[in-house]
Structures are given as structure tokens and as C-alpha cells.
Design a protein around this ligand. Structure first.
Ligand code: BDR
Ligand code: CA
Length: 313
């Protein structure tokens, strides 16, 4: 089994990613770390705890960043996509459990030291916790076996902006720091996640399959509607965060290309853009030690979808 930490801003597709990970015997989920992003960080923590209770799983949840690495909150929360509560209006009673003691970044560092080169972090929200962890532990890239990030749009348009994907746009300075830090990194961006759509008919099929299934279906219906509003005629809602978990289970779901990736930061009009820098043009700081990252460019969406559907309930 692969030891993992899931860094989330729960969020409906984050919630689906948590369910998929918990139900996958290939993965040992050591803990969940939370960040602001789709909603505020206390809400992300609460939603993660709610999910774990629905899943009947005891896994520690560590709360992390409440704002970006080097600026004030910049991107508004995505309540129009994930609901006022972040989970499609499905939040009803407060979770019994509470967050574990300590900051998300410190938990990541502690586990990375404990399981040196045997830990994979799957980050599916803004990259603030990892940027903070890098400040506190510059050798983190060497300690991790791998880092899988859902974020960016290298060869396709963005979603929050024509040039930017939500997780990168929410904290561009953190993204730039993490993407160029020398991690053994796989970038699961909109390049592939906008091809991995969950059709309405599969969500309808969850109905009547018990309490967890109804919860998942209610939550996903909200997200589905948001996708239909966002892109009329779309064949389903995008399984962004679950695909990052899928890549941890089976890298064969995707085809990758090694690239040097840069991120536009500061007050650039294209802030949050992720783009390939030709090896010859890699500027100082744009990529440490000439290390490339594996950018996902193709996905076997049908095989992934069937795998996800076989695990989610
Ligand atoms: C990403 O942004 C968030 O809204 C989703 O949870 C996903 O992680 C997609 O751009
Ligand atoms: Ca997310």
C-alpha cells in the first residue's frame, strides 16, 4: 500500500476524492490536511470531518492555512459551485469529532520524516500548506516519495479565469514555490480533469443504495447543476480531485510529459497561469536543478470513471 496524506479544501469533488481514497485498499490514508479554497478553512475542516463520519472512518484531520501564502484572500470562495456550506447544502449536524492538534504543514513534515521516501501527498486545493511546509522544512522534496497536485491548466483554458485554474489562482505564490521546489511531482490539471466527467445517469444510479449513497448523490447533484450552468450541454461534472487520487492508485490512468512549468504571480494580468517553459529558457528560480514535473496530458477517462464508480459507495 501507498501511504498518503490528502490536502483538501472540501468542496464536493474533494469530498468525492476522500470517499474514493478511503475505499481504496491500495492507499493508506494517514491523515487529511485542510486549507481555505472552495470555502473557508474551518468549513473545509468541518466538511472533512462530516465526510469521515459518513464513511465511518477514523482518520485525523489537521487544519491548515486560512489565507494565501503571500497575500490576503484573493479569489472569492466557490460557494456557487460547491454550495453555501461547501457540500451542496448537505451539511446538517456538527460532526462529533474535531480537528487534531497541530498545523497541517507540521503534520505533513512530521509524517514525511517518519516515512522518509515512503509518503505521497495528494494536494487538491490551493498549495498554501505545502508552501508553509517548505519554509519549515526545505528538504521536504527529498523526503516525499511523490507529490500529486490537482491544479493548473497547461494546454487548455482555465476555469476561474481564461488563463487560470482555481487552485493555482487562489494562491499563485504558493503554487510557484511548490511547483519549482524539486518535488517528484505529477500535475493533474484541467488538461485531463475536464475530460473526466461523471454523467448524471451514474449519480442517479446511486439512489436507493443506502445512507452514504444518498448523501453522495445529493451533494453531487448540486455540483452537477453548477457544471450545467457553467457549461451548458456538458456531459457531466468534472472529477478533478478524484482523478488525482486515481493517479496515486494507478498512474496508468494518465499519460504524462516531463516539463518545466512556471506560474504567473504578483500583479501580472495573467496571475495564476501555469505554462511550459522550454528547457533552454528556464530562468533562475523557475525550476530548481533543472528538475521537470510530469504534466498529465491524456487520460483514459472511461477506465478511470469505472474504477471510481466501483469504489465511491
Ligand atoms: C479545483 O478547484 C476546486 O474548486 C475543486 O475542488 C478542484 O480542486 C478545480 O479547478
Ligand atoms: Ca479541491
Amino acid at each position: 500500500t501507498k501511504r498518503i496524506i490528502l490536502d483538501v479544501d472540501t468542496g464536493i469533488d474533494d469530498a468525492l476524492a476522500i470517499g474514493y481514497a478511503v475505499h481504496s485498499p491500495e492507499l493508506e490514508l494517514l491523515g487529511i490536511t485542510t486549507t481555505f479554497g472552495n470555502i473557508s478553512v474551518p468549513e473545509a475542516t468541518r466538511n472533512s470531518l462530516v465526510l469521515l463520519e459518513k464513511l465511518n472512518k477514523e482518520i485525523p484531520v489537521y487544519q491548515g492555512a486560512d489565507k494565501p501564502y503571500a497575500r490576503e484572500l484573493f479569489k472569492p470562495y466557490s460557494r456557487h459551485i460547491h454550495g453555501e456550506d461547501g457540500i451542496g447544502g448537505c451539511y446538517s449536524t456538527s460532526p462529533m469529532g474535531s480537528a487534531a492538534e497541530g498545523h497541517a504543514a507540521d503534520f505533513i513534515i512530521q509524517q514525511a520524516r517518519k516515512y522518509s521516501r515512503e509518503l505521497t501527498v495528494i494536494a487538491v486545493g490551493p498549495l498554501t500548506n505545502l508552501a508553509l511546509a517548505l519554509d519549515r522544512c526545505p528538504e521536504l522534496p527529498e523526503l516525499l516519495d511523490g507529490l500529486i497536485i490537482m491544479g493548473g491548466a497547461v494546454t487548455v483554458p482555465g476555469n476561474v479565469k481564461p488563463t487560470a485554474e482555481a487552485n493555482i489562482y487562489a494562491d499563485p505564490e504558493a503554487a510557484e514555490k511548490v511547483l519549482t521546489a524539486g518535488f517528484n511531482l505529477t500535475l493533474v490539471g484541467l488538461d485531463v480533469t475536464m475530460q473526466t466527467l461523471l454523467p448524471q445517469s451514474d449519480v442517479d444510479a446511486w439512489r436507493g443504495q443506502g445512507e452514504l449513497a444518498e448523501f453522495m448523490a445529493d451533494m453531487t447533484d448540486f455540483y452537477m447543476q453548477a457544471y450545467k450552468n457553467f457549461k451548458p450541454g456538458i456531459a457531466g461534472c468534472a472529477l478533478h480531485d478524484p482523478l488525482a487520487v486515481g493517479v496515486a492508485i494507478d498512474p496508468g490512468f494518465v499519460t504524462t510529459k516531463p516539463m518545466h512549468i512556471a506560474v504567473d504571480t504578483g500583479d501580472s494580468p495573467t496571475v495564476g497561469r501555469t505554462y511550459e517553459v522550454p528547457a533552454a529558457g528556464v530562468a533562475a528560480g523557475a525550476a530548481r536543478a533543472g528538475k521537470t514535473i510530469d504534466v498529465c496530458l491524456e487520460v483514459d477517462a472511461e477506465r478511470f470513471l469505472q474504477h471510481f464508480l466501483g469504489r465511491i459507495l
